[in-house]
Design a protein around this ligand. Structure first.
Ligand code: SF4
Length: 545
């Protein structure tokens, strides 16, 4: 987004809360517009920031995966309408066409009601949701400028560089918000453009590792193959991790190409070994194909980070335990077990799962419930598992996988599969031993981090209170809610109380929603900035973490 806006003539700076402090007064002084991008669990932080910037007189537009929804039923707009209490503009869905169009609207070159995907408040309090913008086609995506990392404030503090190159995913997992927002069509950058971007990123700093943040990198086999071949042809010396689905490991030509290009780790969507849960989540895999995939990746010397979900509709404590045992048996190197979440925009969410999710905070503090949408907190029960069981299964799974002795174990070993893979590639015996030793040492380091991270999570005051809150009711629940609120910044609480009071005073607003199936064409290409004054318009993009 920053690169596109810079190309159009705007001055843009990206401020990430992970890299540098976010100082509202400084932002309000230095910029003409703030775009606050949030994930669901960072939404409360983003709301507070948006409100603060608005009070300082800066126009604010919010966006990000929290506003991924495409549906037009009233509940689909809940997150957007909530955000409009804190910021006057929200861009729903993809921003490539919407944000430049919004800037044109600010400049008086386009009516606001022609900005696809924009939600905004009129002066009389009416909330207007424009129809969504049609997604850009692949040609248009390929015509976007490469990501401009120089736009990031304190880019030198980034240790793991994430490069995307892919928009959406052709699969349709029911909990996922990626494909509902970014579509299921192939809208990948060309392989050459993707590798250009890699080169540009690598030129901006010293990174420990590259992360291909495409949500399912090898799903378009030919494209992934081309990317890897291009990396090898250009002699890029780097190692990287990707996110991938199980079925992709069947293509051995692709695995060869990925290893040759530096791929050393797959974050693999394993989810569960429970066949009913897999089937109902639209996951086309079985415990057998998953095991085969893990073994194949190990044969290639590629590490496996298993991504599992606890509390899928057919899960029981026993199936979750069986999944953990399976992960240990087949040798998954590192893993994450996360509780099923009601991600806005996902099929589950749009089917009404939000109504069933556990949201302890009410009234003014209702938006703070988003804090618990990062997979560490039980939010959804199922027929066999109440919330406490889901939370306990999450805790036990992580505790069992990341026990101290399992974490420390690999330090004293040499990974045979990695050694064998190195030998088969023609490496000397000593170099192969070194490969095997490095493999296991790296796994041990990551597992120790997982072990300490799990323990620290359990010690967190908010987390401990949340776990107790799952089974509390009556006065005990009220007291725990108060204690949870007391762990949060006072400024946050004041902001939520203020917005709530304003809402009550204003009463129920008139809301204009688009009709089912309505779309606004994406105004493409966007118009370059036309300066009407001597001053250059300067948006800033703030990512709250
Ligand atoms: S494979 Fe991954 S990115 Fe694709 S729909 Fe499923 S969870 Fe989402």
């Amino acid at each position: 987004m920053a690169a596109l806006l810079r190309q159009l003539g705007y001055e843009v700076e990206v401020i990430s809360g992970e890299l540098s402090p976010i100082v509202p007064e400084e932002i309000a002084r230095s910029f003409d517009l703030a775009c606050v991008s949030v994930l669901s669990n960072t939404a409360p932080h983003g709301y507070v920031l948006a409100r603060e910037l608005s009070k300082l007189g800066l126009p604010v537009a919010m966006g990000g995966y929290q506003f991924a929804h495409q549906g037009v039923e009233p509940h689909c707009f809940a997150t957007t309408e909530e955000a409009l209490g804190f910021a006057p503009y929200v861009v729903r869905g993809e921003g490539y066409a919407a944000l430049p169009a919004l800037l044109e609207a600010f400049a008086g070159q386009r009516p606001f009601d022609e900005v696809g995907g924009l939600s905004y408040r009129w002066d009389d309090g009416t909330i207007c949701h424009n129809p969504p913008a049609a997604l850009l086609g692949r040609d248009e995506i390929c015509g976007l400028p490469p990501a401009d990392w120089t736009a990031i404030r304190r880019v030198e503090a980034i240790r793991i560089a994430a490069v995307h190159g892919m928009h959406g995913c052709p699969r349709s997992c029911t909990w996922c918000a990626v494909w509902p927002r970014d579509g299921r069509r192939n809208r990948n950058n060309t392989a050459a453009a993707f590798v250009d971007e890699l080169e540009a990123v690598l030129a901006t700093g010293e990174y420990l590792h590259l992360f291909f943040s495409a949500d399912n990198f090898p799903v378009y086999t030919n494209w992934a193959l081309e990317v890897c071949q291009e990396m090898v042809a250009r002699g890029l010396q780097t190692t990287w991790t990707c996110q991938a689905e199980v079925g992709a490991a069947r293509n051995h030509e692709l695995l060869d190409a990925m290893y040759a290009a530096g791929c050393r780790r797959w974050c693999l969507g394993l989810e569960s070994i429970n066949p009913a849960s897999l089937k109902d989540s639209n996951k086309r895999q079985t415990a057998e194909t998953m095991e085969q995939c893990v073994r194949t990746l190990h044969d290639w010397g590629i590490q496996v980070h298993g991504m599992f979900i606890v509390g899928l509709p057919h899960d029981t404590p026993e199936t979750v335990r069986a999944t953990v045992d399976w992960a240990k048996r087949v040798g998954v190197d590192t893993c994450q077990f996360l509780c099923l979440a009601d991600l806005p925009g996902s099929l589950d969410y749009e089917a009404g799962v939000r109504e069933q999710s556990f949201r302890p905070f009410e009234g003014a503090y209702e938006p703070l419930n988003w804090l618990f949408l990062n997979g560490h907190y039980a939010r959804l029960a199922n027929d066999a598992m109440d919330l406490e069981r889901v939370q306990n299964s999450y805790r036990e799974s992580m505790g069992s996988f990341y026990s101290f002795h399992r974490s420390l174990g690999p330090i004293f070993s040499v990974n045979r599969a990695a050694m064998r893979a190195a030998r088969e590639r023609g490496q000397s015996w000593w170099r192969s031993v070194r490969e095997g030793w490095l493999y296991d040492t790296f796994v041990a380091a990551l597992r120790l981090r997982g072990w300490s991270g799990s323990l620290n999570w359990l010690r967190g005051p908010l987390n401990r209170l949340y776990m107790r809150r799952l089974t509390a009711d009556g006065p005990e629940a009220v007291a725990l809610d108060q204690q949870m609120l007391a762990t949060l910044p006072t400024k946050w609480l004041q902001t939520f109380e203020e917005v709530y009071a304003e809402r009550l005073k204003a009463g129920t607003p008139r809301i204009i929603r688009p009709a089912e199936g309505a779309f606004l064409p994406s105004p493409w290409p966007p118009r370059p900035l036309v300066l009407s004054t001597a001053e250059v318009a300067s948006p800033t993009m703030v990512e709250t973490r």
